[in-house]
Design a protein around this ligand. Structure first.
Ligand code: C2E
Ligand code: CA
Ligand code: CA
Ligand code: CA
Length: 277
């Protein structure tokens, strides 16, 4: 029964066997999710720091399974292992670009940020697929920002570099996501054709637990400024975070201070209709 299925989908497995079974089950469910239309996108506003106006949106994937919303932090890694991520990623690209083409009728200056898994960089159909979507929805590629984490830059460096160069040649913008966590390396900032660096939320005052974090954040921002890259700060939750950002030379801000990721209608009502006046 359905309720039994829900109970079996307990995400905090206590032992390996259980974890394996859950992964197996999730992989099968993920494969069906595309066919059964269980995915949808929500959109978080990206705000210009100086004008406080909307400049873009980040598309974030949601999976509603059996009336539960499953977090992408849980199902994306599983989709990556089974390579289902390539199909899911194409679904995301198609739907986010379709949405952007609709919103461009109200505000054609806004951009759409789309997350790409490092696995997708090995997919030979990625470039033709993006090109076909841009044509289908008549979208200026400069209004598409593809977000990659540093994992993508570390794996198979040469092949991924040439893939990222091809994405640049299409005219899309490239953002380096979650900077300041994991394997952050300064050389990534100039060996890859990056337009925007997204500073991870763990470097915001409200998130950070360590007293020296804010010194590090200031230093990182100054260094990225010196390379003339755009900076977006993520995880701006409080007035304190906002004030901290306003003391730095950054371009864009994202976070719960403004909004959580929104359903398309809510996003339009709040950020697109209003911005006309
Ligand atoms: P991300 O790309 O770093 O996305 C930002 C995450 O931070 C989102 O979580 C967003 O809801 C959350 N967030 C935004 N502002 C705040 C804030 O002020 N405070 C806090 N605590 N969180 C904030 P979400 O939607 O759960 O996504 C989690 C991750 O899943 C994303 O991290 C991204 O790595 C991945 N993801 C989501 N959608 C996609 C997708 O379409 N494709 C791929 N490959 N990955 C995706
Ligand atoms: Ca992102
Ligand atoms: Ca991020
Ligand atoms: Ca992240």
């Amino acid at each position: 029964s359905k309720s039994k299925g829900r109970n079996q989908l307990s995400f905090y497995a206590e032992n390996m066997q259980e974890a394996f079974l859950q992964q197996y089950e999730m992989t099968n469910r993920l494969k069906n999710a595309l066919v059964s239309d269980e995915f949808h996108l929500v959109y978080q506003p990206v705000i210009d720091m100086k004008s406080a106006g909307l400049v873009g949106a980040e598309a974030l994937l949601r999976w509603s399974y059996d009336s539960n919303d499953i977090s992408p932090d849980i199902f994306i890694p599983i989709a990556e292992k089974s390579k289902t991520i390539n199909e899911i990623g194409q679904w995301v690209l198609d739907n986010a670009l379709k949405q952007l083409s609709v919103w461009h009728k109200i505000d054609n200056s806004m951009f759409m940020s789309i997350n790409l898994s490092p696995i997708q960089l090995s997919d030979q159909s990625l470039i033709p697929f993006i090109k076909a979507c841009l044509d289908k929805y008549k979208i200026n590629p400069e209004k598409i920002k593809l977000e990659l984490t540093e994992t993508a830059l570390l794996l198979d460096n040469e092949k991924n570099l040439s893939m990222i160069q091809s994405l640049k040649k299409l005219g899309c913008l490239i953002a380096l996501d979650d900077f300041g966590t994991g394997y952050s390396s300064v050389t990534h900032l100039y060996s890859f054709p990056i337009d925007t660096v997204k500073i991870d939320k763990s470097l915001m005052p409200t998130f950070s637990k360590h007293p020296d974090t804010l010194k590090v954040t200031k230093g990182l921002v100054a260094m990225i400024n010196s390379l003339n890259l755009d900076i977006t700060v993520e995880g701006v939750e409080t007035t304190y975070d906002l004030n901290f950002c306003q003391g730095l030379n950054i371009n864009n801000i994202q976070g719960f201070y403004y909004d959580q990721p929104l359903e398309p209608d809510a996003f339009k009502d709040k950020y697109l209709i209003k911005s006309k006046f």
